[in-house]
Every structure is written in structure tokens, then in C-alpha cells.
Ligand binder design. Sequence first.
Ligand code: CA
Length: 392
Amino acid sequence: MYGIFSYDNANPQVGFKYRDRILDLEKVRLLGHFGSIPIDEHVFLKPVLNDFIRLGQAIHQTIGQRINALLANDAIALADIQEQVFVPESKAQMHLPVSVGDYTDFYAGIHHAENVGRIFRPDGPPLPPNYKHMPVAYHGRASSIVVSGTPIRRPTGQFMEENGKNPVLCPTRALDFELELGLIIGKQSAFGEPVPVEDAEDYIFGVAVFNDWSARDIQRWEYQPLGPFLGKNFGSTLSAWVLPFYELEPVRIAGPVQEPAPLPYLQIHKPGHFDIDLEVWLQPADGEAICICRTNARNLYWNFAQMIAHHTVGGCNLNVGDVLATGTISGTLPNSCGSLLELTWNGERAIALSDTGMRTFLADGDTVTLRAFVQKDGNSLELGPATGLIYS
Ligand code: CA
């Protein structure tokens, strides 16, 4: 996985995560290990991955192969220089991995969409009529996407008092997380040109873990008629590490049967889902972290290629570094819901923490950590994580 790190007051630069250490790619380059690869000599010294991403997937794969060869032989190739080329992750500071130009948040987790429908529209069908015809989304706010580890301030906003009489301006009383994956766009698409669904995965650089923090009381009061605004824009957490998309190939799986069949521009004739285990951990200020959700990315209804095809079908262009988040990924079991809104059924059923009481929504001092894992070559590889502490 690639990310941006700094160490010993040096400038932020590109690193490769290897277990609990970070490989300094500029030092590896200076040692000649990327010799014949056509890369700009400053590409690993940039404070964001965008220029590295622009090198394209063929070069990423070549660089990845060289790194893997070095690490496989690490006793030999790097034995004398371990101290020089590796930085312990615990001693590094991580930075936002990409300069995010635009951020779009989908709603592709069907069990989340059904749960939200049951909570807010108990008398109607859980899914809106468009849900199985297109991957719906809203355009989010890029400026407040922060790197994992950044504390999140409880937002103040306007919402309706519970008596339903008067709106108030005060700190949210219903602060929540949303468990999502974030796609990092790796290739520019042309303004006015749709990206065909069969080509859409070529536009993905990698996958990160993403928390779309949400203030449910603010959201509920403002979302009609135009959708999420201040209930979402106060902060979103992106993991520091991004896994190149091609690394997910071994865990590619078929998604759910899509019935009714979507329109032809959304029909893709290869499996487009991925077997990624997902977890949410909640640690109160004075207690142990406990796992409050386990689910899997196979619970998405729409796949990544379909999201990109739909996003661009009207000619909207994508840029390198854009973030496309999946929407909350929930399963069908009570402990597989990717938000407190669902886990507590809108605050009706508090969940028990370790020994410090109960939660409906987040308290100050809570730390939420989203984790993601893929099983590769007999090993469990962790993506992300995305973590954030709530304060006022
Ligand atoms: Ca969301």
C-alpha cells in the first residue's frame, strides 16, 4: 500500500507500507532499484500521491514487482541498509495521501439503504423506486476530507428539537460514522465523454477505507429537498494507505444478481465485486475498544465499474485523486450494520460497550476505527485503517 509520510521533521514523501514499517521509496530509487523504470526523479518526493498515480497502472505494477522482489529477499538486498530505507510506522507522521479534487458519495450498500428506508419511511417500501436502476449518489465536500488519525470536532448545526416545534443551533446530539470504502481515481476522463462500464475499472488507482461522519439530527432536518449538506460536510476520514486496485484481483467475486436488469450502460459481463472483510471498532475515552460491526464489501449492490459508468454517463469528467466512496456497507445481521443509526435503530436500542456503559450515538472521547482485510496468499492483508477521535 502507498501513502504519504514524514519523519524527523523531513518533508512529506511517498512511502510503501510493509508490515509495521514504511519503505522510503526515494531512498530505494537512489539506490538504483527502480533503474530502468521511466519515472520522474522527484515523483517520490511529492507531498501527495497524485503525480505517482499519474504514472499509470503499468508502471505501478512494475514498481510493485520490484518492491516485492526486494522485500522477498530483504535479508539479502536490503540487509545492510535496513536502517536507511525503513521507517517504523509508529515514528512516522501520516498525511492525506492524495489531493482530492472532487468527492462523490454513493449509496451502493443495499442493506444500509433498506435499513434507512425502514427507519425513516416505515410505512413505505424500504428502497426508493430508482434504487435498483442506478447507483445513486450525492456530490460531497473535498475540503474537509482528512487523513486517518485526525480528531473530528463535534459539529454545531441547525436541527429540529425533538418536540418538533422549533429549530435550534447547537452541537449535534446524533453523531455517527459510516463504514465505507473509498476509490481513488487514477486516470482522467474527458469532459463530455462517458466512460463505458467495461473500461471503468481502468480509471481506479486504488482502494482506501473511508468514514463518512454524519450528524443525523442535522441531516434529518436539512436533507429535503436537496440531500446531505451540513450533516455530512464537517469531516470525512480517509485512510492514510491506499491499496493499488490490481492487488484486489485475487479477491474478485461475483456480486448479487441484479434484478431487474439495469440499463445496458450499467451491464458488465465480469464479476465486479470484491471479498473485503470490514470491521468497526469503538473505543470510549475510559474503556477498551470493542468490535461493534463485522461485514463484507460483497454486500454492495452496485460495483465500482457501475458507479464510474453512471457518474460519467452524462459527460461529467473524473480527475486523478478524486474520491468515489461506496456508501455505507451493512450486512443483513444486527451486528453487521455499518452505522450507529442502524446498529441502534435510530437510537432506540443502545448498544453495550466494554464496561463503560451504552451508546446510541457517539460521545466525546470516543475513537472510531474502521478496518478492512483481504485474504491473500494465505495471509490477511489489512487495508486502511481509518480512525478518528471525537471531541468538542
Ligand atoms: Ca455515506
